[in-house]
Design a protein around this ligand. Sequence first.
Ligand SMILES: Nc1ncnc2c1ncn2[C@@H]1O[C@H](COP(=O)(O)OP(=O)(O)OP(=O)(O)O)[C@@H](O)[C@H]1O
Ligand SMILES: [Mg+2]
Length: 542
Amino acid sequence: MGMSPASTSAPTDPGRLLLLYDLACAFATRLELDDLVTLVVEQCQEVFEAEGASVLLHDRESDELFFPFVVSRDPEVAAQLASLRFPADRGIAGSVLQTSEPIRVDDGETDERVYRGADEETGTTTKSMLCVPLTTREGTIGVIQLVNHRGGTPFPPDDEAFLVTLAGSVAVAIDNARMYATLRASEERLKTQVGSLRRDLARQDRFSQIVGTSSAMAQVFELMESAASTPITVLIEGETGTGKELVAQGIHKASSRAANAFVAVNCAALPETLLESELFGHRRGAFTGASHDRVGLFESARGGTVFLDEVGDMPATMQAKLLRVLQEGEIVPVGDNRPRKIDIRVISATNRDLQREVGEQNFREDLFYRLSTFPIRLPALRERREDIGPIAARMVETVAKRYEKRIDGITPEALVLLERHEWPGNVRELQNELERACALTRTGDPIVPEKLSAKVTGAPESGPPPPTARPSAPSVPAAAGASAGSHPAGSLGSLREARSAFEADFIRRTLETEGGNITRAAKAMGLSRVALQKKMKDYGLR
Ligand SMILES: Nc1ncnc2c1ncn2[C@@H]1O[C@H](COP(=O)(O)OP(=O)(O)OP(=O)(O)O)[C@@H](O)[C@H]1O
Ligand SMILES: [Mg+2]
């Protein structure tokens, strides 16, 4: 080789040292693949005096070579190349990839190895080329390719040696960048997962006091979630003890107002005049005994939530005043004539059928529509019997802790009885029942049927009869020997009584499921029609 013109670009050339230095710094600090490849090709193009420089990477899945980043003096050529993919055994780049050996082409126009496809795509002519492998521990991952040495001369042989050395570090850097990208991607994925799990947890936490896995309750939770995310006015409807207040609190806690007050007012508990000053406050001297100004509940709940419990019991004049609050967002304290703006969210609850109350003119229609923008109906416990087990378990745990007793859960027999009961008082009644059972149960024992009250165990002398197919006579015939109060509370009475009670209940339920059809019910129970009719007569059914 000797001292050819190529010696001007020997590895000790200051431009080359600068390139090495720049790249070393970049490898140490830049981890993004795009940045890295950009830098490498830009620098190579300059230092090696090439018209075009590119890094081609091997896509193992499709076994193709592609250009993750291209620089060219002609941006159009760059754009063409960027979209180009070709089989990994094609052309000079393909050979270098397969053999992991560098190739220098001095006369591209006659060299058979040059892939013409790329030239056709880009409308250029390959005159000279220098192509070296990018090799890592895992093998050759791609190539660096320089096209057309400026001035029309071939790339000097020294350039090849230098580019080979350089390619060694570039390959490692690309490998690292890829690893980094993989880690970044999995970090992003994990972040997303953690975020969604955290939201799930937060939701569980917010609504954690409300136990229920039935589909009816799942629907309630969904509605609560939607209600919590907006300031919409919510009306919660449900029988007594279904958890209306719990739901109202849950919505508040899950809403953006959670940090502010949740103020509950029982509209049925106060006489009209007191209710007004309680809600809106009053001015000193507004009425006898009003010795100083008083801030009303609406005002004290500023930025928070006011829960109007038993809103169906609100007197008519108060209904008109409440309507004003909802329509205008302002209150007028008693004895004052200046309305004040307030920012509150209203959630109300009722165990009445408000729509019917409207029909009977006991409740203002306009107020009803204002309150019930977003209604949530809470199902009665008998409509979601599968929730009884989980709710009971949670309650026993809580009560046991309070009593400082160890209660070993509820036996399956006792649970069957709890699930079968109609629960007119809903969750609250269930709670009372379990409180009593826990008190009666010795520490270390589970709750057994004997500790449940007669109304739950179905003992004949107490408890309301089931609401459907209510028998006119006592549900157990006198012949069974039941006499009111014949056994102590908590005892189940005789087996015969229990059997009769069960039989009556069983027949009643079967009739119910069979839509009252005696023939079908008899068949379902393996009885003759006559036998069933006799039993029904005995038990006073139908
Ligand atoms: N799904 C539930 N899970 C656990 N506890 C519940 C559930 N629903 C209600 N409770 C409990 O039952 C009791 C009654 O609930 P709450 O006071 O919210 O009912 P309510 O519908 O407001 O009743 P009322 O109409 O009689 O005022 C409370 O002690 C509450 O904690
Ligand atoms: Mg309530």
